[in-house]
Design a protein around this ligand. Structure first.
Ligand code: C2E
Ligand code: CA
Ligand code: CA
Length: 680
């Protein structure tokens, strides 16, 4: 770059190192320059007026005529300009323009005022000196934010003016020249000091803004972390309850209905255990995507944790609409999930949904949530894979369970609890191989409560271990009196299986009885094992170490992953009664039973079919190769004293049939008839 260009650059160019500082300068100037123009124009017009009668016409009015429209237009432009919308280059260009205009207008003014000086009298000349001095001070002050422009005015107005008056032979003008120089010098000095402070101020402001922006980003991030689930980016549990409380506040006075839903994936835990957490995470993520596609903006869906999702529907429509909506969700999640990197490529899962409606199901957040959860659990047990709305019927059930819990606590359980036994028969030999011990509770106030109900209540109230101890003790006392080849099946609750203390208690009772461990089969349900696999396995192994056997109860009602079964240390599979119910009418059920029979054969498991009530059911099962049967067809559960009689009768029948067999081959129908006669 040539020296000339360097000088031009130095005078006019605006540095780009700090665009924000340039912007701040321009902002300040855009307010000050119109004011400056006003001062300049008033002074110019006054000068023109004073010299009107002395100087030539063209000299006095030329400058005001040229400058008035220019300064007005420039002022309007500066006042109206939207500085925030200008980019950095535009700001620099406008600052540069101010520098150029300082040269042009400043130059015009100095030439004009010096050329007017020779006209008029001593007064008008004095006014010219006054005009130069004050106008340049005013203009430099107004241009303080742009040093270059201020210095241009100093250089082309103040200094030539001072020189002009300095070389005059009138001492008063020499004095004015000194005044101008001094005043401008002081202003320039102040301007440089001010400029440093201004730059610092702007830099500090920039830092503050940066920090504020950073804080805002951090706050937004924190807010996000606090309210969003990191895996699915759905709102999280905290956000769900916040929104629930919020909607409650707005609906509490109007009583306008809204619905709270709970969604739980069926068998998710097993998928996690079988295929690993990466697959589990992928399913949760895909689930969230499908849910998002189904819901409109009004509906909130949150991941509450694990495989549990919460729903809030602010404008629910009819109850049937909600159930339909829940079932749509269930259907959407039943579609296979594509898994990258997995051999088979897809995984099938289902979900269950429970809803509770405000205000009918409850008027507090916790009650609504609890009841939606109850509806979910109810659906899981009775209609897995579909949606259920909390109803009055559920409310009655809840009340019953809590009444039962109350009476259980007050009861003399040792006296009121008893056990009955239901025979399990090998149809090959037509003999009882085992009896299942089933709990009974006769309470003076409640009468006889079904075992599944009081067992559940005991589980919920934390009393189940105590009940199990009493029932197991009574069971072993009865078993001790049975023939040595007859075994007993005893039901364990999840809470027994997963509690080390309860297992130790059971082992203690067994060791203090006269019954060898080999005669005991503990029945554990599939859900009990699946819910807490590691602890359940620990309990199972402790019992097996003693010599006891394990049966998987209610097989087929939970998540029946056949590949999972082979990892369980079990000897028996108890096929749930629901299969027997429609075995005569449903060929699909028969096919499933055939598969289960094959599975039992391959895994060397004893398959026991529960709930056999008719001869037809028995025949079909025998054809399928399932020979170990429990059900009303052979016997209902028997009281303790009935067991020995049953076994004796059975033995007598067998002996009688043996002797008949010695004489003739019996008709199989007759044998069946004989067996059916033992029903109670
Ligand atoms: P479970 O273990 O599946 O017991 C079999 C249930 O099926 C028994 O009901 C039995 O009476 C019934 N049952 C057997 N054969 C037939 C049949 O042919 N038709 C029909 N309709 N039902 C049949 P129960 O005694 O009412 O027991 C119900 C449930 O209560 C049991 O189901 C078990 O889950 C639980 N339970 C019973 N006793 C105990 C116990 O001592 N401890 C634990 N933890 N649970 C128990
Ligand atoms: Ca059982
Ligand atoms: Ca069962």
């Amino acid at each position: 770059m040539s020296i000339k260009n360097k000088i031009i650059n130095f005078i006019f160019e605006i540095q780009e190192t700090n665009p924000e500082l340039n912007r701040a300068r321009y902002k300040a100037l855009s307010k000050q320059i119109p004011l400056m123009y006003a001062i300049v124009m008033i002074n110019i017009i006054t000068m023109a007026y004073i010299h009107f009668e002395y100087a030539p016409y063209y000299m006095t009015i030329a400058l005001p005529i040229i400058l008035t429209p220019i300064t007005i237009l420039r002022s309007i432009l500066l006042i109206k300009s939207d500085i925030d919308a200008l980019d950095n280059d535009a700001i620099r260009s406008r600052l540069r323009t101010i520098n150029y205009l300082a040269v042009i207008i400043g130059g015009m003014c100095i030439v004009w005022s010096i050329s007017l000086f020779e006209y008029g009298n001593a007064y008008t000349q004095g006014y010219v000196a006054f005009f130069m001095c004050l106008t340049s001070i005013g203009v430099i002050t107004c241009l303080m934010h742009l040093q270059q422009a201020a210095m241009i005015i100093a250089a082309i107005v103040a200094i030539p003016g001072s020189i002009f008056f300095g070389i005059s032979d009138q001492p008063i003008y020499n004095a004015i020249a000194i005044d101008i120089l001094l005043a401008v010098g002081i202003i320039v000095f102040i301007m440089f000091r001010y400029s440093v402070d201004f730059t610092r101020l702007i830099e500090n402001q920039q830092k503050m803004e940066k920090q504020t922006r950073l804080m805002e980003i951090l706050n937004a991030k924190n807010e996000q972390l606090a309210n969003l689930d990191s895996l699915t980016t759905l709102p999280n549990r905290r956000c769900f309850f916040y929104e629930l409380n919020d909607i409650l506040q707005t609906h509490i006075t109007t009583k306008e209905p809204f619905v709270v839903g709970m969604l739980d994936l069926d068998g998710f835990k097993q998928i996690n255990d079988l295929f690993g957490h990466a697959v589990g995470d992928q399913i949760l993520l895909d689930t969230s995507i499908r849910l998002r596609q189904l819901l409109d903006d009004n509906v909130l869906i949150a991941r509450l944790g694990g495989d549990e999702f919460g729903i809030i529907i602010p404008h629910p429509g009819s109850e049937q609409d909600i159930i339909d909506f829940g079932n749509t969700i269930c259907r959407a999640l039943k579609r296979p999930f594509k898994m990258n990197g997995m051999k088979k490529g897809t995984i099938k899962i289902s979900c269950t949904v429970g809803f509770a409606s405000f205000p009918s199901a409850g008027e507090t957040a916790s009650l609504l949530f609890e009841r939606a959860d109850y509806a979910l659990c109810y659906s899981k047990q009775n209609s897995k894979g579909s949606a259920v709305m909390f109803s009055n019927e559920h409310e009655t059930l809840i009340r019953e369970v809590s009444t039962i819990a109350h009476h259980l606590k007050e009861a003399n359980l040792n006296k009121e609890l008893s056990v009955v036994f239901q025979p399990i028969i090998d149809t090959n030999t037509e003999r009882t191989i085992c009896l299942e011990s089933l709990a009974r509770w006769d309470n003076p106030t409640l009468g006889r409560t079904p075992p599944d109900i009081f067992i559940k209540s005991a589980e919920q109230s934390g009393m189940i271990n105590q009940l199990t101890s009493i029932l197991f003790t009574k069971t072993l006392q009865a078993v001790a009196r049975w023939p040595k080849h007859i075994n007993v099946s005893f039901n364990l609750s999840t809470f027994d299986l997963c509690s080390q203390a309860a297992i130790i208690d059971i082992i203690n009772i067994l060791e203090h009885s006269n019954v060898p461990a080999e005669r005991i089969i503990f029945e554990v349900t599939e859900t009990a094992v699946m819910e807490n696999f590691d602890r359940a396995l620990e309990g199972i192994n402790m019992l097996r170490d003693l010599g006891c056997k394990i049966a998987l109860d209610d097989f087929g009602t939970g998540f029946s992953s056949l590949s999972y079964i082979q990892h369980l240390p079990i000897e028996r599979l108890k096929i749930d009664r629901s299969f027997t119910l429609n075995i005569e009418t449903c060929s699909a059920t028969r096919n499933i039973l055939r598969t289960i029979a094959d599975l039992c054969y391959n895994l060397k498991l004893e398959g026991i079919v529960e709930g056999v009530e008719t001869k037809q059911q028995l025949d079909i099962l025998t054809d399928l190769g399932l020979n170990i049967i429990q059900g009303y067809y052979f016997s209902k559960p028997l009281p303790e004293e009935g067991v020995l009689k049953f076994l004796e009768d059975e033995k007598a029948r067998a002996e009688a049939s043996d002797s008949t067999l010695a004489n003739s081959i019996p008709d199989s129908e007759e044998t069946d008839y004989a067996l059916s006669k033992v029903q109670h």
